[in-house]
Design a binder for this molecule. Structure first.
Ligand SMILES: [Zn+2]
Length: 104
């Protein structure tokens, strides 16, 4: 998926799980709850996961859209390793992120 130009202003250059600087990430494709669940597996509390997904999708605080969405997440490879089958790619404007499809 193409992530520019929404990347600007959405990411601050750090892993959303451990807050270490990172330039990698992946996108979760599925219902918004899938992205929240993926964050939960990586160690992000559910309420924070909702906030992250809201922000990534440009929704109002604490709200997420219904139906299938693709949520770009900036995550370091160490945190992504907590999620089975997740692969990270470089987060670059106009670049593409590996898509993590819901598998549970
Ligand atoms: Zn991390």
């Amino acid at each position: 998926m193409t992530i520019a130009p929404g990347l600007k202003g959405t990411f601050d250059g750090t892993c959303i799980v451990c807050f270490q600087p990172t330039d990698t990430g992946f996108a979760v494709k599925g219902e918004a709850e899938a992205a929240i669940a993926a964050l939960l597996v990586m160690g992000v509390p559910e309420d924070q996961g909702v906030a992250v997904v809201s922000r990534a999708l440009g929704c109002g605080a604490g709200t997420v859209p219904e139906g299938e969405v693709t949520v770009p997440l900036q995550v370091c490879s160490g945190c992504a390793a907590k999620l089975p089958h997740a692969q990270v790619g470089l987060v670059l404007p106009g670049g593409e992120l590996p898509v993590y499809a819901q598998r549970w």
